[in-house]
Design a protein around this ligand. Sequence first.
Ligand code: AHR
Length: 501
Amino acid sequence: MPRALINLDPAAALADVNRRTFGAFVEHLGRCVYTGLHEPAHPAATPEGFRRDVADLVRELGVTTVRYPGGNFVSGYRWEDGIGPAASRPRRLDLAWHSTEPNEFGLDEFMAWARMADVEPILAVNLGTRGLQEALDLLEYCNVAAGTALSDRRRANGAADPYRVKMWCLGNEMDGPWQIGGMTAHEYGRLAARTARAMRMIDPSLELVACGSSSSAMPTFGRWEREVLAQAYDDVDFVSAHAYYQMHDADLASFAASPVDMDYFIDSVVATCDHVGAALKSRKRIMVSFDEWNVWYTDRAESKPPAGDDWPVAPRLLEDRYCLADAMVVGGLLICLLRHSDRVRSACLAQLVNAIAPIMTEPGGPAWRQTTFHPFALTARWAKGRVLRGSIRSDQCETARFGGVDSVDAVATLDAETRQLALFLTNRSVAEAAEVEVGLAAWPGARVVEAVQISGDPSWTASALDQTWVAPRPLGDQALDGTTLKLRLPPVSWAMARLAL
Ligand code: AHR
């Protein structure tokens, strides 16, 4: 049975828990927007046509930011198509997902929806088919108070106050050959720098994200970041990272250890940023915006876009159904993101509704929670205060993809205000339960308030009819022995323990 010893020291804090770690992503893709966020004919629709049941689940999930409108979609999008009277908006081909975009939902609807769902909007500009001028126009429409052509157009469209969007993505996955208007790192770095400089002439306080790599497996990974930042280091605040994981060839052990790749990815991006910074003799630190991450079964039929003459509106696309092992991996990836809170200052689970999403809907029917909903909701709710730099010594388990990896992974957060400690853990071993001992010598009076687990048949999958089986259950196998918390984690499981100090 694998054993792990964790020691926590309140004096060794890594960084604040950044609320933007719990962001998500909404793209005009499949049914994410249409019959996801927006379905005017649904019984739960607001007067604006937003599904109230979905917004309720978004709040329950604890999402803090939402990146919009893409994704690959943004690289062919004309944002002006989505504003003004709905009846006169054009229908367009969406080349990224071989669909028809009806433009019934656009920028103003998204901003109204974000207000209703209580999330901070993050916008992406189109640097694929468009460029600097379009970015400036969009920024003027959104953030200038009044008295210019585009700000007055926003006001005429019903939004008297500026949206004051702080965070902007300069394009999407511009390193990808699949991206409309994809570029070399040099071309993109120049364009990102020029666009950023011009946007800051309107508002110097914007937070700007340059595109990093679409995955750590991209042949240009590392060189891409170095070249883009060589051009744009002084002009941007973040570089993005995207990663999707899936189980290959029924290899559950390697899949369960997916956060090992995310660790490597983040560490490499940070090293590259700091290398460029050092070469430029800059004291500025570039942060990482992990603005797409999730489990995604890219090879399944669900992910094949329509083809030929078929350009449907909001087809069922990327509607992956997640199993318990997927939930455990999502929980593990969140542990990894939190562990890098000093440099990962923003992250977006991709996506939010229907397309590779924790929330699913049926048109005219219910909205329901996938298995992956639960670890996200619990982490977003209870990871508060400071992330502790704990030490973990764990036995290893073997994986085909990563070799020997720690069986147990964990992160802890300490909320000084409420005097609560939250511990998030996974057992990646596919065969054995793990015995974990957590040293709490710094808090002699600590007591366990809640301990829950997600465990059981790794292949169990939720549906609209049964979303409860995988709901977190009490972790019975835990006890405080003096100042040592002892936990027994089942194989392929995720767990959370909260202590009052
Ligand atoms: O989230 C699905 C797609 O994955 C996004 O459109 C793209 O940015 C990424 O490749």
